[in-house]
Write a protein that binds this ligand. Sequence first.
Ligand SMILES: [Zn+2]
Length: 153
Amino acid sequence: MKNFFEENERALYTPESIFNRFDFEGGEIPGHALEKFVKAISLLPHDIIDYAINYCAFIGEISENSSYWDFDIGYLKGKNGIIILNSNLWSRKDICINFLIAHEMAHAINRDKHIFDSWGPEKRADRLAIKWLSKHYKKEDLLKQASYLKLKN
Ligand SMILES: [Zn+2]
């Protein structure tokens, strides 16, 4: 009973409601990519969606070579991590976009540092992304996206 309201709130998670809960300053994710971005977030478990909204900053790169963003540093206040998404991502297949965002969210949840000295954190992130997306995709299709799991060590 104690989680009744919370559970109902969570049942209302749709790409639209998730979009409304993100405090985008404007321009962090290019306009043409917003729909795909929010859809990818909506496929994750609810507690991971909460974490993405409350503790992660997202930046969708606009150009391949160099970029400039004008945003208030307050956007980063209280965030635990920044996820930067490559501008080439948005033209890829949906499963690729969704897997990559799940993989980066796994790093965020694991509080991985930016530089790794082994493939361990990458493999862990791939495994978590497969677990989270297994409701939406066949495991064999997710495994094809999990490039780090194919590495020997
Ligand atoms: Zn990674």
